[in-house]
Write a protein that binds this ligand. Structure first.
Ligand code: PLP
Length: 405
């Protein structure tokens, strides 16, 4: 492993020293044969785990035929995937991108263009929420509004007004004549697995309808089965006008999508937006293969069952380790453990037990396992978190020993 000084990769990430050679389902394997249980799934990306045979087959057989075409020609697999996504959701139309941030950029541009097409180009402002994360492009860091991501990158992109999470009065006060849309994650991911209550999502829908605003959901992390529904908005019984999707949709192949109603998309005519790679045949082949599995009967029920089991078992751990675990929250297989100690310490202790977890805001550690996990893997993860908590408690009892090491 190169030291940070030797690495030629731009040092924007503080990486773990772990180096993996291959993966099988929910497991990652190092060159030395160390097996690590992956409850991060590449940040909710490897929805079907590592090296899923159906995805491997889809990618390798497509790789023999055609890799890339651009969007200048017909795209039968893209047409098929878009049709399947629209049939399974509120949406009428799909734009394929390569990442979550690009799916958000398309969503933001679409909302602005909608009002422009309606003769109200001044309605370009979008309301977002504290603790949000929408990506790392200039517009999406402005939408996310987090100081640490904005600092030093020049003037913040104009047109995003942020309100505190869960403050209805502040939200209503922020709406002005230039407000065109509300953008929200149904469950904040990077913000610390903070679910938006169902009633609040419904209230947002109503507010948007009353004020002629578009409702945009960022389902980059919550989508494609993560919460136990194909998309998290289904839990609330309402639908957005525009939705950004990525992460799980490609099962590990870089891919995103912006889904929308025909009405919301009406400004997006030929030439208004584009991408060289988006909708690439390799991505479309894998995207269709992911949907084959996620839409199969019983799959989402499996996610719900494993999610409930995991949450129950974590609640037991919270009772056993009250000095470490403050709260367990989330939906489906998108679960957060809020810790009393720094969240990085629990994530590190879990890594020492060969379990990968991911930190998030609000001092939370995220569990985002592959959606295909079996009960045995839930149990294995629980045992490892249990041992990690024991180790942390022992260190708390002997603070000097920990400090001397
Ligand atoms: C990861 C994420 C993004 C950004 O996706 P990228 O593929 O990293 O650009 C946007 N929104 C949410 C909710 C995310 O979790």
């Amino acid at each position: 492993m190169p030291s940070p000084q030797q690495s030629s990769i731009l040092p924007t990430y503080a990486r773990s020293s772990l180096t993996f050679e291959r993966g099988e389902g929910a497991w990652l394997v190092t060159a030395e044969g160390r097996r690590v249980l992956d409850f991060g799934a590449g940040i909710a990306v490897n929805a079907l785990g590592h090296a899923h045979p159906h995805l491997v087959e889809a990618l390798t057989s497509q790789a023999q035929k055609l890799w890339h075409l651009s969007n200048l020609y017909q795209n039968p697999d893209g047409e098929r995937l878009a049709k399947r996504l629209t049939e399974a959701t509120f949406a009428d139309l799909v734009f394929f991108s390569n990442s979550g941030a690009e799916a958000l950029e398309a969503s933001i541009k679409m909302a602005r263009k909608y009002h422009s097409a309606n003769g109200q180009p001044e309605r370009f402002r979008i309301i977002t929420f504290e603790g949000a994360f929408h990506g790392r492009t200039l517009a999406t860091i402005a939408a996310g509004g987090q100081k640490k991501y904005l600092e030093g990158f020049g003037p913040k992109v104009e047109g995003f007004d942020q309100v505190p999470f869960g403050d209805d009065e502040a939200l209503k006060a922020a709406i002005g004549p230039e407000t065109g849309a509300i953008l929200i994650e149904p469950v904040q991911g990077e913000g610390g697995i903070r679910p938006v209550p169902t009633e609040r999502l419904r209230a947002l829908r109503q507010l948007c309808d009353e004020r002629g605003m578009l409702l945009i959901f960022d389902e980059v992390q919550t989508g494609v089965g993560r919460t136990g529904k194909l998309f998290a908005y289904e839990w609330a019984g309402i639908a957005p006008d525009i939705m950004a999707v990525a992460k799980g949709i490609g099962g590990g192949f870089p891919m995103g999508a912006c889904l929308a109603t025909a009405e919301a998309a009406k400004g997006m005519t030929a030439g208004t937006h584009g991408t060289t790679f988006g909708g690439n045949p390799l991505a479309m082949a894998v995207g269709n293969a992911v949907l084959d599995v996620v839409l199969a009967p019983g799959f989402l029920e499996h996610v719900q069952q494993q999610g409930l089991l995991l949450k129950q078992r974590l609640a037991e751990l919270k009772d056993r380790h009250p000095a470490v675990i403050a709260d367990v929250r989330g939906q489906g297989l998108m679960i957060g453990i809020k810790t009393h100690i720094p969240n990085t310490e629990l994530a590190k202790a879990a890594e020492n037990e060969d379990l990968l977890l991911i930190t998030a805001g609000d001092n939370v550690v995220r569990l985002l396992p592959p959606l295909v996990i079996a009960e045995a893997e839930v149990s294995a993860a629980i045992d490892r978190i249990d041992r990690a908590c024991q180790t942390l408690e022992e260190e708390m009892r002997q603070p000097m020993k920990g400090a001397a090491e």
